[in-house]
Design a protein around this ligand. Structure first.
Ligand code: KIV
Length: 276
């Protein structure tokens, strides 16, 4: 058998679904370059996200809105070749999915040029049409509900979402609509733990939380946050859900391994990382 024909140990959507069903926690982490891609893959991270958070942690901007499809494709291309096992998701940046055509073009670039296996887009039921359009054309989609950093200029500040009953009900409904539209994965950002639990229990797809409590299928954090080197964290604006894994770690790989181990075992997130 040639090496190309060997069965691959690379994670696919079906494996993420299996993990969800088996109650095995999925470990996700952002990544933007080759060196860290190699370390994250080796440390056992399941899902690697080339997120538009690169606007803040790599480009040094104070929001994600200036990030382009070219930026995400570029960083995805750096990361993809170093993932033997982890599943690569790349972000559709601000306005790149404003129309069906733009969403399809951007997804094509991220998958063909960048090597992404899935694209992620922010938004609720208003994005269901785009999710369905991509999904039926063979583009796996990760939905992103709760705090949507791309809306910063409308919201004015990053804050916990879904605390009021009406907003929580709307988010539960949005999650169902996006799943029915074809989303294969979902990220929930900055919401009360009880709402994260409710959406996860209702879903038939894996739900990855960032500040969404412990009762979700897995966790994601921004790499620079767990290494305690992101500009926001070093300037003293540490979001509640961030944990510094450099503390007590022998080196960077050790910090990433500690994160993987704590997500898998359920030690992270602890109550101090969660919202009521
Ligand atoms: O861009 C990003 O890094 C993200 C994660 C925070 C989920 O969307």
């Amino acid at each position: 058998m040639s090496s190309q024909a060997k069965p691959s140990s690379a994670i696919q959507v079906a494996e993420l679904r299996r993990m969800r069903e088996a109650g095995e926690k999925i470990v996700a982490l952002t990544c933007y370059d080759a060196s860290f891609a190699y370390l994250e893959d080796r440390a056992g991270v399941d899902v690697v996200l080339v997120g538009d958070s690169l606007g803040m942690v790599i480009q040094g901007r104070n929001s994600t809105t200036a990030v382009t499809v070219t930026d995400i494709a570029y960083h995805s291309r750096l990361v993809a070749p170093f993932l033997q096992r982890a599943f690569l998701v790349s972000d559709l940046p601000f306005l790149s999915f404003a129309t069906r055509e733009r969403a399809l073009d951007a997804s094509q670039r991220l998958m063909q040029e960048g090597g992404a296996k899935m694209v992620k887009l922010e938004g609720g039921r208003e994005q269901a049409d785009i999710v369905e359009y991509l999904s039926v054309r063979g583009v796996p989609v990760c939905a992103h509900l709760g705090l949507q950093p791309q809306l910063i200029h409308k919201m004015g500040a990053f804050k916990v979402q879904g605390r009021e009953d009406a907003a929580a009900e709307a988010m539960v409904r949005d999650a169902k609509i996006l799943e029915e539209a074809g989303a294969d994965l979902m990220v929930l950002e900055c919401i009360p733990s009880s709402l994260g639990k409710r959406i996860t229990e209702q879903a038939h797809i894996p739900v990855i939380g960032i500040g969404a409590g412990p009762d979700v299928s897995g966790q994601i954090l921004v790499l620079q946050d767990i290494l305690n080197i992101s500009p926001m964290v070093t300037l003293g604006h540490k979001p509640r859900f961030v944990k510094n894994y450099m503390e007590g770690a022998p080196d960077i790989e050790g910090a990433i391994r500690a994160y993987v181990q704590e997500v898998r075992s359920g030690k992270y997130p602890a109550p101090e990382h969660c919202f009521q």
